[in-house]
Design a protein around this ligand. Structure first.
Ligand code: UD1
Ligand code: MG
Length: 453
């Protein structure tokens, strides 16, 4: 519902070929901030609680079916005869739907919810427009369709290729997005022809048809041309990513995090940061990261699928992979990799360690160079380390294995059997002690070398 009166349906166009991406992946599934661009768009539209969602697809429909699951219906457009023809393919899916229809482009992912809402509100304005178009005023009008309008009322929609010189001089461009009542949409579309420069059925012509009937059509103009930027190439994808990251960095700082060099920090779409978090230079967040208050992330960390609780500290040069959990005041230092492992409160792994499929007890100390050997080439196994246990440097913990509370594993041990609480485990060869042996060796060798000269 938008204003509590009309139900809403979305029609998202995604049947274009996306040739310029030069990709086997469907254009709208290319990720920005770790999330397919289509999902960014649907998330913004979901805030309006649409009752129906139809995505119009051409090639690559299996990829979209898999990505969307039950969350939207697919309508197939084959062949692709233009934007108007594309919307027509949703007619079956919207049979019997009487509410508002919002038409979006899958490759225009960052339209704000408030802009969508403004379009729908305009659709219910006193002059009762048949169609509401979202317009924008770019620096350079390029190949965009033009919206010839006066005082927010559209006189004509014209594609660049069909436009006269006078029409091309008009700066108000068509973003492509529209709001139309379901009861009007398909009747108008049925009257659109393809007698134009491109031989296509233009969605924009529904405005011209409605105008011919004497009905009002309106344009809502966004003050932020970036929100209607389409993504057609890898370069535009990178630009969209850069804009998204910039906004997110500003938001993080506004919410009380310190970013020492904001331009070097990369967030994922769902990164959650608490207050008084410090993020140093060159930190990358993959999806699924939650950072509580007062956490310090030192330079050059890569963090994905991890939870950092209050007062924890990570890096520099640490890698946290999915399932990494640092409970309160736990510490992970340089060149440490953690995967599917919990460090309970105050546990420390400060240097050069791999902790995979592990449970590290509160206050345990993991020495430099400790490795949990979690994989035998076929299966993964767990390592469980008790509270306050001390694992000496350069130890291999060969899972499945348990180290008891307060136990000590001597440096350089390869532990393949469980260690009891309070035990010392020392797994290395007995030391041979030969006093003076090295001195005698050096003397003998030096003498030999001198004799050979
Ligand atoms: C369209 C608009 C133009 C607007 C521009 C904004 C029309 C006739 N023109 O032009 O006024 O300025 O967008 O970017 O509407 N699509 C399909 N099936 C098709 C054709 C397109 O699903 O048969 C989808 C594409 O995947 C894309 C969107 O519709 O998401 C727009 O298609 P595109 O070819 O980029 O339209 P333009 O010619 O740029
Ligand atoms: Mg286009």
């Amino acid at each position: 519902m938008t204003d509590g009166s009309s139900p809403l349906a979305l029609v998202v166009l995604a049947a274009g070929k996306g040739t310029r991406m030069k990709s086997d992946l469907h254009k709208v599934l290319h990720p920005i901030a770790g999330r397919p661009m289509l999902m960014h768009l649907l998330a913004s539209a979901d805030a309006l609680e649409p009752q129906r969602k139809v995505v119009v697809v051409g090639a690559g429909r299996e990829q979209l079916a898999k990505a969307l699951g039950e969350s939207a219906e697919l309508a197939v457009q084959d062949p692709q005869l233009g934007t108007g023809h594309a919307v027509q393919q949703a007619e079956g899916a919207l049979a019997g739907f009487a509410g508002d229809v919002l038409i979006l482009y899958g490759d225009v992912p960052f339209v704000r919810t408030e802009t969508m809402r403004a379009m729908l509100e305009r659709l219910h304005g006193d002059d009762n427009p048949a169609v509401v178009v979202l317009g924008f005023e770019p620096e350079d009008a390029l190949q965009y369709g033009r919206v010839i309008a006066r005082d927010g009322v559209v006189q004509k929609m014209v594609e660049h290729k069909d436009a006269s010189a006078e029409e091309r001089a008009c700066r108000l461009c068509n973003s492509g997005l529209m709001a139309v009542r379901g009861s009007d949409l398909f009747g108008l579309l049925a009257r659109v022809g393809n007698d134009n420069a491109q031989g296509e059925y233009y969605l924009t012509d529904i405005v011209n048809v409605a105008n011919g009937d004497g009905r009002v059509c309106a344009v809502v103009v966004t003050d932020d041309p970036d929100e209607v930027a389409g993504i057609n190439s890898r370069a535009e994808l990178a630009e969209a990513e850069a804009r998204w990251q910039n906004k997110r960095r500003l938001q993080a700082m506004a919410d009380g995090a310190s970013l020492v060099a904001p331009e070097t920090v990369w967030f994922a779409w769902d990164t959650q940061l608490g207050r008084d978090v410090t993020v140093e230079q060159n930190v990358v967040f993959g999806p699924g990261v939650t950072v509580a208050d007062g956490v310090v992330i030192h330079a050059f960390c890569h963090i994905e699928g991890a939870r950092l609780e209050t007062g924890t500290s990570v890096g520099p040069f640490a890698r946290l992979r999915p399932g990494a959990v640092l409970e309160e005041k736990a510490r992970v230092g340089n060149f440490v990799e953690v995967k599917n492992a919990v460090l309970h409160a105050g546990a420390k792994a400060n240097h050069l360690t791999y902790l995979g499929d592990a449970d590290v007890g509160a206050g345990a100390n993991i020495g430099a160079g400790t490795i949990t050997c979690n994989y035998d080439g076929y299966f993964k196994y767990r390592t469980v380390i008790g509270e306050r246990a001390f694992i000496g440097s350069n130890s291999a913990l060969i899972a499945p294995v348990k180290i008891g509370a307060d136990a000590i594993v001597a440096a350089g041990s390869a532990v393949s059997r469980d260690v009891a609480d309070g035990e010392l485990r020392l797994v290395r060869a007995e030391q041979l002690v030969k006093p003076g042996w090295a001195d005698r060796f050096h003397d003998a060798m030096k003498r030999k070398k001198a004799e050979r000269k």
